[in-house]
Design a binder for this molecule. Structure first.
Ligand code: APR
Length: 277
């Protein structure tokens, strides 16, 4: 199940992770999150067979699924993205218990940084402070012109999306889109400046991601030896399992998070936090 050799963990399971988190060996916790943590909120992930977004875009007549988030294709034809954006309005969704777990880690002064690939802003909506979140693939929180970067008002964008009519920049006439990082665009500088200096004794949680997209997926490799990497995911992904300190907690993330918080004696606090969202 996991790499051979001595481990800083007493056991490579929920109990071992909880014990490590409560020990004075554990320094800070880093989180890497993907679309799997928002599926129980009603937001499909991208690649799960049948339910994943990329398997359900036939109506948009795309040359290939990821084109809907490709900047060159968007310049040519912004309609598919604007059509999809109507279903992705983050204000329609509530954070999950997994999002509240990140808030609880921060409340316990354990969280160093939450790196998320998600654009749904549910980490913020769960009450996690902005200085503890790096939205590596941007988010719907702001809109701007793809040519001159002029900001575009939220209310006007909502109307454009409702009508399915791509918004145009008042200054240069360029197309407007939410500040989501499309394929072909760079990640925010904050990602590279904050990419974790994961240290010995830190702990890295990886939740709800296929680790398909670089450079985000590369964070896993930055964890030094004796920095346990804990995967909470429906299936094994990446190189998780190859190191002695890797722990694979395979299953539904909300269920695994509840089990871990029960082991930590934090379950009631977690449920209360989630009830407030
Ligand atoms: N609990 C645990 N794991 C889950 C759950 C769940 N409830 N639901 C889905 N998963 C897992 C899937 O099995 C899969 O391994 O989450 C992972 C989701 O993978 P993807 O759909 O590829 O999503 P993600 O890794 O976030 O995609 C990365 O790809 O298209 C780009 O920019 C987009 O940020 C996105 C990036």
């Amino acid at each position: 199940m996991t790499g051979e050799g001595p481990s800083v963990l007493k056991s490579r399971d929920v109990k071992g992770v909880a014990e490590y988190m409560k020990s004075d060996q554990c320094r800070k916790v880093f989180v890497m999150a993907g679309a799997g943590i928002s599926t129980s909120a009603g937001i499909p992930d991208f690649r799960s067979p049948e339910t994943g977004l990329y398997h359900n875009l036939q109506r948009l007549n795309l040359p290939y699924a990821e084109a809907v988030f490709d900047i060159d294709y968007f310049r040519e034809n912004p309609i598919p993205f604007y059509t999809l954006a109507k279903d992705m309005d983050p204000s329609k969704f509530r954070p999950t218990i997994t999002h509240s777990f990140f808030k609880l880690l921060d409340k316990k002064s354990l969280l160093k940084m939450c790196f998320t690939q998600n654009i749904d802003t549910l980490e913020r909506r769960a009450g996690l402070s902005g200085d503890k979140i790096i939205e590596a693939h941007g988010s719907f929180a702001a809109n701007s012109c793809i040519d001159c970067q002029e900001p575009y008002e939220e209310e006007k964008m909502k109307i454009a999306v409702e009508k399915g009519e791509p918004a145009r920049c008042a200054s240069c006439g360029g197309l407007v889109k939410p500040e989501i990082v499309f394929f072909g665009e760079g990640l925010p500088s904050s990602f590279f400046s904050t990419v974790p200096q994961l240290r010995t004794g830190d702990l890295l949680f990886i939740l709800g991601t296929s680790l398909t997209v670089m450079p985000f997926a590369g964070i896993c490799k930055l964890a030094p030896p004796s920095c346990p990497r804990v995967l909470i995911n429906l299936d094994a992904v990446g190189d998780l399992g190859s190191r002695p300190d890797d722990v694979l907690l395979l299953g539904d993330c909300d269920g695994v998070v509840r089990e871990l918080c029960k082991e930590l004696g934090w379950l009631e606090e977690l449920e209360d936090l989630w009830a407030e969202t």
